[in-house]
Design a protein. Structure first.
Length: 207
């Protein structure tokens, strides 16, 4: 099967090329350090499976790159391979069309099996991610919307209401309304407490 690697760390890509090169049924046909290069390379190389990191430095992130890859005429399967495992990261990646989500700390054999399963169109989740998803289904906790998660992430970065409104192209009044809903869902009454609760529950991650 033909593989394409997307990761902004050259050492990680080199390690994957060496690791995957030992598998008789796998061939790395291309690699990219950012989302834009990835889209161009994937369109021209036509791989079967793309290994996609989530954080790609400047430009579009791995989630947006995944969404665009899956919109190609004959899209490959996308298997996320990352260090991040918050609920927000997992849900966004799967919603974007990723067929699986593995962590970089996984054993090589788990990676090989995951790639082969992804190539067959099967859903692939690392045991830790699967556990998080099962826990989320049994005890969903606060049902934060995608916009509320965005606002929490901006809060965590230190942005004020005006900056959040500018970044998300909404009014400050709308930001305040979202904050009221967020506070209610998390059972808190301050910005700091909201961020702390969201991080503890792995609804967001700190940059």
């Amino acid at each position: 099967m033909r593989l394409f690697l997307v990761d902004d760390h050259p050492v990680v890509r080199a390690g994957l090329v060496a690791l995957l090169g030992g598998e008789h049924d796998m061939e790395v046909v291309g690699e990219a350090a950012d989302g834009e290069d990835a889209l161009r390379g994937i369109a021209s190389r036509e791989p079967d499976v793309v290994l996609m990191d989530l954080q790609l430095g400047e430009g579009i992130d791995g989630v947006e790159a995944t969404r665009r890859v899956r919109e190609l005429p004959s899209p490959p399967q996308v298997l996320v391979l990352t260090t991040y495992e918050t609920d927000a990261d997992i849900v966004r990646a799967i919603d974007a069309g990723a067929t699986g989500y593995l962590l970089k700390a996984c054993p090589p054999e788990e990676l090989f099996q995951g790639i082969r399963a992804a190539a067959r169109g099967e859903t692939v989740l690392s045991p830790r991610v699967a556990t998080r998803m099962m826990r989320r289904m049994r005890d969903p906790g606060p049902a934060l919307s995608a916009r509320e998660v965005e606002i929490l992430e901006l809060l965590a970065s230190g942005a004020g209401n005006r900056e959040i409104a500018r970044r998300l192209f909404i009014t400050e009044a709308t930001v305040k309304t979202h904050l009221v809903h967020i506070y209610g869902k998390l059972g808190v009454d301050t910005r700091t407490a909201a961020v702390t609760a969201a991080v503890e529950r792995r609804l967001i991650r700190l940059a």
